[in-house]
Design a protein around this ligand. Structure first.
Ligand SMILES: [Zn+2]
Length: 349
């Protein structure tokens, strides 16, 4: 049993607000005099993950909005990026591509341009401090007008690059059931022409036909989730044939009720079909588990061997937008991890 926190990997699916540590949310809520919803608090009033027996998107979205409403200053934004990088560093991530919709924070910092620049600047600083390269995905939202997404895409391309503190991709998040996917195609075309990765969400709340819709209209390099492509062999084969990597977030799937149990997440179906996977935590604040725990689930629940876990980590690195030198370094680190002798399992306490 090799230590999964020391397995080098890339983290490609993490949302800005959702990355927050519980204590950070508690501090921000207190500073603003905001009362957090009861579902986010334990009996002692401490911020905790919501109970897993109450599931569903709308509840998730309500809690996410409540957390986001506590983020109201440049200092708040910088703290979130800095802590996300520090937490990734502790989990063996060498490359983080964090998603942010600057629209949400624009009112507090003077517009979407400063909002994005704050995140990029802190991403650069955090990269230097932690050694985790932090790139940024600018995410548009399905609950806003597609014309706004074009404005965001134009903003994103001004900061395009593969390095720390640069915009590496363009996303589309929020409720998959909202809007018509094709309406976002012009925004993704703007992003793609500038060399940004296309990384929309798709195929989590909706099934395989939604995956096809996203493939056809948004030409993704990676799909946020995409797990439900497993429901249709032709669609899954199409994902593999097109070389689209899947950012799979097992804790998210189960917390949102997409699958009832951990073992229902079709990790094996996806890897057996030859799909490239990059495990991600999505929103650790609300789903209660961070990056390493997604790999733990692959090991414990799905029976992935260390060689298979190493292959998952390689997939995450290959699917990232990291430059050649970083990829080589992380992939060599994966090989070194696997070459280490296994640790004997710790005796039960
Ligand atoms: Zn997500």
């Amino acid at each position: 049993m090799r230590d999964l926190a020391s397995l080098p990997k890339a983290h490609l699916h993490l949302h800005f607000t959702g990355s927050m540590r519980p204590q950070t949310l508690a501090d921000m809520a207190q500073a603003r005099g905001v009362r957090l919803p009861g579902a986010l608090l334990d009996p002692d009033g401490q911020v905790t993950r919501p109970p897993v027996d109450e599931r569903g998107w709308f509840r998730f979205q309500r809690l996410y909005d409540a957390a986001r409403a506590c983020v109201r200053s440049e200092a708040d934004m910088r703290r979130i990026v800095a802590e996300a990088a520090a937490d990734d560093a502790a989990e063996g991530s060498g490359r983080l591509e964090i998603q942010v919709d600057p629209t949400s924070y624009a009112p507090f910092v003077g517009g979407i341009t400063p909002a994005l620049e704050i995140v990029l600047d802190e991403a650069r600083a955090a990269s230097a401090l932690t050694g985790v390269e932090v790139g940024v995905v600018v995410a548009s939202s399905r609950v806003r007008h597609p014309l706004e997404a074009r404005t965001l895409a134009r903003l994103a391309v001004r900061y395009a690059g593969d390095g720390p503190g640069e915009v590496v991709g363009f996303g589309l998040s929020n409720d998959e059931r909202r809007g018509t996917t094709a309406d976002w195609a012009p925004a993704f075309a703007i992003a793609r022409r500038a060399g940004l990765a296309s990384v929309p969400h798709g195929g989590e709340l909706l099934g395989a036909e939604h995956v096809t819709e996203v493939l056809d209209h948004l030409a993704p390099d990676r799909l946020g989730h995409g797990v439900r492509s497993a429901e249709d062999r032709h669609v899954l084969d199409d994902v593999v044939r097109r070389g689209v990597a899947l950012e799979v977030c097992p804790a998210s799937n189960v917390s949102l009720g997409v699958y009832a149990e951990d073992h229902h997440v079709p990790l094996r179906t996806l890897t057996d079909a030859g799909a490239t996977l990059a495990l991600g935590a999505d929103d650790p604040l609300l789903f209660g588990s961070r990056l390493v725990e997604q790999y733990e689930v692959a090991r414990r629940v799905h029976g992935f061997s260390d060689a298979e876990l190493a292959e998952l980590a390689r997939g995450s690195v290959r699917a990232s937008r990291a430059g050649e030198a970083t990829r080589r370094r992380l992939l060599a680190g994966v090989d070194a991890w696997l070459a280490r002798p296994e640790q004997p399992a710790r005796p039960a306490p």
